[in-house]
Design a protein. Structure first.
Ligand code: NAP
Ligand code: ZN
Ligand code: ZN
Length: 339
């Protein structure tokens, strides 16, 4: 497929299982907005043919001779990373997502030890080095666990890095796949959580997800009520927007972590962060150990994603609905529909 085309069925063969690899039969795969950015080549780095999907859950069906962490029949997950150099400072510090020699993402990136590119989870099988495979406890509904592998870790990691806990006022901008996980996780960590949304119809859902407050960002009075209010904001917006609008909601020395990836540059006058000592930061998914920590946290606190399970034949319709902001709050492909 090319940049302007719809997704179509495509047959390909995975690499054969190497000594440290596991073969996973994929049961479910979430649809992240990043998949759409890649299909549309929004970042100018997509390699085609492109098989998206990095919120993968399934069952191990084969293990290489040297695999020690998994056995056939285990329920596992694979997120946005399938390899990294493992030798640089960041890899040694369990920050494989920031590998200084280039992390190997789950799709559209040259294979680390091969000649092809990586193909993601909209597929019935995947082969992955065991060090990049996650353990999944069986107490949660598996289809609802899939989105944790990207939307979950992408919001968990900045909340942990900035040590969010009881007493903190946290704003989550954008109630989509990432945003709804951000609300659930920040609330579970004890913070006072405010949903900052452009969609009045999402207020009731925000309450159900655990948000303590809801601010409709198109309502001037509501926006005024949270000026200088938050210790920490996570911005998940996928489209062009004004960062200054949200920065003004930070307390003195508050931080806004950007995780949404609009493809237009942010315009932030230095004065807007200087005068209250505010910080504008960014965060990319999370390392493998932290992803495991997040999955264990979700298992303990009974946290999963709110999903709409779809037939893979409806994939292009699902993309259109995400682009029209019509998803509550993550589409997940039932891979049994591929057969
Ligand atoms: P999503 O489900 O489409 O949610 C995005 C939300 O942003 C929407 O639900 C909407 O919330 C809000 N929004 C959309 N357009 C807007 C606009 N023009 N102005 C204001 N708000 C708008 O997407 P997602 O899967 O959560 O992904 C969000 C972004 O994060 C994408 O850009 C994705 O590529 C990126 N991402 C980054 C990482 C990372 O590691 N940093 C990981 C995964 C995804 P309301 O209706 O509530 O306003
Ligand atoms: Zn993602
Ligand atoms: Zn590295």
């Amino acid at each position: 497929m090319g940049v302007s085309e719809n997704l179509v069925p495509w047959d390909f063969t995975r690499r054969s299982v190497r000594p440290h690899d596991v073969l996973v039969e994929i049961k479910y795969c979430g649809i992240c907005h990043t998949d759409i950015h890649f299909v549309r080549n929004d970042f100018g780095m997509s390699a085609y043919p492109l098989v998206p999907g990095h919120e993968i859950v399934g069952v191990v069906t084969e293990v290489g001779d040297s695999v020690s962490k998994f056995k056939v029949g285990d329920t596992v997950g694979i997120g946005c990373l399938v390899d990294s150099c493992r030798e640089c400072k960041n890899c040694k510090d369990e920050l494989e997502q920031y590998c200084l020699n280039g992390a190997t993402y789950t799709y559209s990136i040259p294979e680390r030890h091969g000649d092809g590119i990586t193909y993601g989870g909209y597929s019935d099988q995947i082969v992955c080095d065991e060090d990049f495979v996650l353990r999944i406890e069986n107490n949660l509904t598996l289809a609802e666990v899939a989105p944790l592998l990207c939307a979950g870790i992408t919001t968990y990691s900045p909340l942990r890095y900035w040590k969010i806990s009881e007493g903190h006022k946290v704003g989550i901008v954008g109630l989509g796949g990432l945003g709804h996980m951000g609300v659930k996780l920040a609330a579970a960590m004890g913070a006072e959580v405010t949903m900052l949304s452009t969609s009045p119809s999402k207020k009731a859902d925000a309450d159900k997800l655990g948000a303590h407050k809801f601010v409709l960002t198109t309502d001037e009075a509501q926006v005024q009520s949270v000026q200088g209010y938050f210790d920490f904001i996570i911005d998940t917006i996928s489209a062009d927007h004004d960062y200054n609008f949200y920065i003004s909601m930070l307390k003195t020395r508050g931080t806004m972590a950007c995780v949404g990836l609009p493809n237009t540059p942010a315009q932030v006058p230095a004065a807007n962060i200087i005068f209250h000592g505010r910080s504008l930061s960014g965060s990319l998914i999370g390392g493998i150990a932290e992803t495991q920590e997040m999955l264990d946290f979700c298992s303990k606190h009974n946290i999963t994603a709110d999903i709409e399970l779809i037939n893979i034949k409806d994939i292009n319709n699902a993309y259109e609905r995400i682009e029209k902001n019509d998803v509550k709050y993550r589409f997940v492909i039932d891979m049994a529909t591929l057969k």
